[in-house]
Design a protein around this ligand. Structure first.
Ligand code: UDP
Ligand code: LCN
Length: 805
């Protein structure tokens, strides 16, 4: 048992604990999550004049690490998380010894809580991935989670180097594989086996010693070829010699760093597919629509940056003269009824690139009412398997062959990436962007009630399939994987959970697997840059946006006329979905006359009227926002822009707010990462962002921004008020914070850092895929059975519902 719990139960604090539990029982809630527990405990301590208990006492600490409390008739069940990625479950009764519960028992307790525990009807299906992770090593220390590649290199090198003869053969086979459109790369048939490889490498280094470093590869290409070497080692004698020397070291005295250095140079990635299926995927006029936000921004920026980096790598490898051209394809869906967007266009070049494309493949017309139109990400499942089959053919045609790497995005894109990678035998990477399971609280426990709206039974199954099949998972933050000491990670929430009456997951993902790597995104620095760079800003645009934000009277675009447009602006921009919680920010502002006294609230959200939307959450949020404005009489204090801004304008808008010394607030109930936070910060805006999710890692509280708890409206208003009051007294305070925000983004969140890391990973995980293929087959077979036996029948059922709509 945890020492801390033992201390509490063996001391007088036990009485206080039961008093607290007694108080919890007086409210209606029987299942409390951490935020509820901490708030209730703070309240309890304050009312009992015991505020010092909150943090410092053993009971306070125990509460701090308690993630869940389930109030049973005569006992309580607590889910205790003493460490990152470690969960313990206990049942406590007042006069009986504490009982330790297993994961299975916890899942039964949860089922029981929702009246779905039916042991007499037989056992529930259990999903357990643990036995399948024997193909892979596991990281021991949780602080190394997310640095998988480092660990993997060490593991691979120690394994490979245990048997040098076998290792050399593996290396030889791997090097013999590489070619591009019929052009052989690296080594040719003159090197017939591993022994010759080892000898020829030394001879080649000796041969290269006669040239000075800058001599181009072309000058010695033919002699080099006769020794068994083909292009791909470098563009100059110096670079070729360096690469061969690394290989020589890898053969003679290998270690993990040499392995990484060598693999990072192997020219094996030229053609990349980024799968992003559901959204309105376009370059203009799509942002702010339901389901289309940061993922589109991320994938477009990533595609641009990948193309650029691949070009640089090709030049460095000496391959640019051979007709070798990188190609990046963003695979999305073609939407026939495209509502003024380009989503009905099959092929579109990505702006600012030579060879990056959006390839849109339509869903098969099972049901034209659905498939010709935009389909919510929650409804898309029945169309994905056949989509993958069709997309495979189109990709083959576009690339004139197979891609070298497939990166999935979001649950649907990751599932398609799995199907494609399996069929094409290509390395699969996943990027979650957002795992809905963490976004919608209790989404698994109450899945049956929510199924008609969200179909989580299909989505969570798809998530399990794709995340376990992937060779590598890219996450934007560490907390996305395993949270922090006080919060559960997004992937961690898939470790064990119940879908009552459907299945129990007792081990859904190995969090300590080296497949996890944190590679944060960047921000497009041509669009989002500091407000201080006045010479790069376009005066007309600035004036136009000032008018739009603060004064323009045009009911078709803007709601609200400000009484005093010169007050400090509190700004937010997001899609109008429930979790983004723009309505929560309006409510917070509405309840604080002090904040209204010194600030205006400016919201940019895609729409103004319910008639413009077919999305149920969006319609509800629109109605709610009008209600809040009315209830708190916010007329004259708020402006709500229902516009979809062109990209360049969305950059300038943050700067205009910064000109007026405004602040940015991101009030989401949960935010997986939060690109708007990077955009606001790089523009120089002091930013207040939700403490639930990724922003916790982007911002360092009170150093370069602030955390807010969007469920605590009063505290949030006070935090903003405290800051703006300080800035009113001392304008330098705003400037100091603004500078720190900009520094934070430039030092940590750039696309250049992202892409070089991603490409290095793709080579290393590609190599691992090559050497571990056979060992991975059993996990892939298990994954496939979940796909065919669980996913497909449920997706088919959904299709039938669609047919009857
Ligand atoms: N965005 C926009 N107009 C809007 C709403 C959002 O241009 O009306 C952009 C915003 O600038 C950001 C992205 O959409 O680049 C939203 O990304 P974020 O990661 O913050 O959230 P998501 O929408 O992906 O959940
Ligand atoms: C989806 C989200 O919800 C955001 O939090 C991320 O920033 C975005 O995708 C890009 O990864």
């Amino acid at each position: 048992m945890s020492g801390l719990i033992e201390t509490v139960l063996n001391s007088e604090e036990k009485i206080v604990l039961w008093q607290f539990i007694g108080e919890l029982r007086t409210s209606d809630k029987r299942y409390l999550l951490r935020n509820d527990i901490v708030c209730a405990f703070e309240d309890f301590c304050k009312r009992n004049g015991n505020s010092q208990k909150i943090d410092s006492s053993p009971l306070g600490q125990m509460i701090h690490y308690t993630q869940e409390i389930i109030l049973e008739e005569e006992s309580i069940c607590i889910v205790y998380r003493p460490k990152i990625a470690r969960q313990e479950v206990y049942r406590l009764r007042e006069d009986t010894p504490i009982e330790h519960l297993s994961v299975q028992q916890l899942l039964d307790v949860r089922d029981h809580f929702v009246n779905q525990f039916h042991p007499d009807e037989g056992d529930v299906f259990e999903i357990d991935f643990e036995p399948f992770y024997d193909y892979s090593p596991t990281i021991r220390d949780s602080k190394n989670i997310g640095k998988g590649v480092r660990f993997l290199n060490r593991y691979m090198s120690s394994k490979l180097f245990q048997d040098p003869r076998q290792w050399l053969e593996t290396l030889f086979n791997f090097l013999s594989l590489h070619c591009y459109n019929g052009i052989t790369l690296l080594i040719n048939g003159r090197i017939k086996n591993q022994h010759q490889l080892s000898e020829q490498v030394k001879d080649a280094i000796f041969f290269l010693n006669q040239f000075s470093d800058e001599i181009p590869f072309e000058d010695f290409r033919y002699e080099f070829q006769s020794m068994g070497f083909e292009p791909g080692w470098g563009n100059t004698a110096g670079r070729v010699k360096e690469t061969l020397s690394i290989l020589d070291e890898l053969i003679d005295s290998p270690d993990d760093q040499v392995l990484e250095a060598f693999l990072s140079r192997v020219p094996m990635i030229f053609r990349i597919v980024l799968v992003s299926v559901h959204g309105w995927f376009g370059q203009e006029g799509v942002l702010g629509r339901p389901d289309t936000g940061g993922q589109v921004v991320y994938v477009l920026d990533q595609a641009r940056s990948l193309e650029q980096q691949l070009k640089e790598d090709i030049i460095l490898a000496g391959l640019d003269g051979y007709g070798i051209e990188p190609k990046v394809i963003i695979l999305s869906r073609l939407i026939h009824n495209s509502d003024g967007t380009r989503c009905n266009q099959r092929l579109e070049k990505v702006h600012g690139t030579d060879n990056a494309w959006i390839l849109r493949v339509p869903f098969r017309d099972f049901n034209p009412n659905m498939t010709q139109n935009w389909i919510s990400r929650f409804e898309i499942w029945p169309y994905l398997e056949t989509y993958a089959i069709d997309a495979e053919k189109e990709l083959y045609a576009q690339f004139h062959g197979r891609p070298d790497l497939i990166i999935g995005n979001y649950s649907d894109g990751n599932l398609v990436a799995f199907l494609l990678a399996r069929r094409l035998d290509v390395t699969q990477f996943n990027i979650a962007h957002a795992l809905e399971k963490s976004k919608y609280l209790f989404s698994n426990l109450y899945w049956q009630d929510l199924e008609h709206l969200y179909h989580f039974s299909i989505q969570f199954t798809a998530d399990l399939i794709a995340m376990n099949a992937a060779n590598c998972i890219i996450s934007s933050t560490y907390q996305e994987i395993v949270g922090r000491t006080d919060s559960v990670g997004q992937y961690e929430s898939y470790e064990s959970f119940t879908m009552p009456n459907l299945y129990h997951v007792v081990n859904g993902i190995e969090l300590f697997s080296p497949k996890f790597n944190v590679v944060p995104p960047g921000v497009n620095e041509n669009v989002y840059f500091p407000y201080t760079r006045t010479d790069e800003r376009v005066p007309n645009k600035r004036e136009h946006l000032e008018d739009l934000l603060f004064t323009l009277e045009d009911p078709s675009q803007v709601f609200g006329k400000l009484d005093n447009p010169s007050k400090r602006p509190i700004f937010s921009m997001a899609r109008l979905d429930r979790i983004k919680n723009l309505t929560g920010l309006a409510e917070c502002f509405g309840r604080s006359p002090a904040l209204q006294e010194c600030c205006n609230l400016i919201l940019v959200a895609g729409k103004l009227t319910v008639n413009e939307s077919s999305d149920s959450e969006e319609r509800e949020e629109i109605e709610k926002l009008y209600r809040i404005i009315d209830e708190h009489n916010l007329y004259g204090k708020i402006r709500w822009l229902g516009v979809r801004l062109p990209k360049a304008d969305s950059g300038e808008i943050y700067r205009v707010i910064a000109d007026r010394r405004g602040v940015f607030v991101q009030p989401a109930l949960f935010e997986a990462f939060g690109l708007t936070i990077l955009e606001a910060m790089i523009s120089g805006l002091p930013t207040f962002a939700t403490q639930f999710g990724g922003p916790l890692e982007i911002i360092q509280d009170k150093v370069n921004g602030f955390y807010i708890n969007p469920t605590n409206l009063e505290e949030t208003a006070d935090k903003i008020l405290e800051f703006v009051t300080k800035c009113d007294h001392n304008p330098d305070h705003w400037i100091q914070l603004s500078n720190k925000a900009m520094e934070r983004v430039y030092s940590t969140y750039t696309w250049k850092i992202h892409t070089s890391k991603l490409l290095s990973l793709s080579r290393i995980y590609g190599f691992w895929n090559f050497i571990s293929k056979e060992n991975r087959e059993d996990i892939l077979r298990y994954v496939e059975s979940l796909f065919y036996l669980l996913f497909k029948p449920r997706a088919k059922e959904l299709l039938e519902q669609h047919m009857h709509r």
